[in-house]
Design a protein around this ligand. Structure first.
Ligand code: HEC
Length: 109
């Protein structure tokens, strides 16, 4: 799928999710719902399948909040993430960070 098509689909998904109603309480369950916006690039469980997309599963919650807010404010620059983060409220960001940080995986050496 081309980047442009991906973006188009993401925009449509964002429209429906953003108009779906008032934001829920800040929690991982709400974050999981919202994470549909992210799964195309970061993987369904926060483990991406493409080399240029970072994993989010198990990342530190505070780091995730900061990273997403930095994208939203533009102090961290990436065209995809800057545009996606624009559509997220503080609650959305807190929920997403709670969800992705709650996912765990085992490191096997
Ligand atoms: C169109 C693809 C795409 C989508 C959709 C997407 N991301 Fe990203 N995301 C990226 C890319 C590419 C990067 C790496 C950007 C960079 O180099 O700074 C990234 C980086 C990040 C980072 C920083 C990771 C780190 O280790 O520093 C976070 C956090 C993040 N994304 C969260 C999200 C969340 C939450 C969503 C859903 C609301 C989302 N992303 C949706 C492509 C995407």
């Amino acid at each position: 799928m081309s980047m442009f098509k991906r973006f188009y689909i993401v925009s449509i998904m964002m429209f429906f999710l953003l108009t779906a109603g008032a934001s829920l309480a800040a929690d991982a369950v709400a974050g999981k719902e919202k994470s549909l916006l992210c799964s195309g690039c970061h993987g369904a469980n926060g483990i991406s399948s493409t080399p240029d997309m970072p994993n989010l599963a198990s990342q530190k919650e505070a780091y995730l909040v900061k990273a997403i807010k930095d994208y939203r404010e533009g102090s961290r620059k990436n065209p995809m993430m800057n545009s996606i983060a624009q559509g997220l409220s503080d609650d959305d960001i807190a929920n997403l960070a709670a969800y992705f940080s709650s996912l765990s995986y085992e490191v096997v050496q």
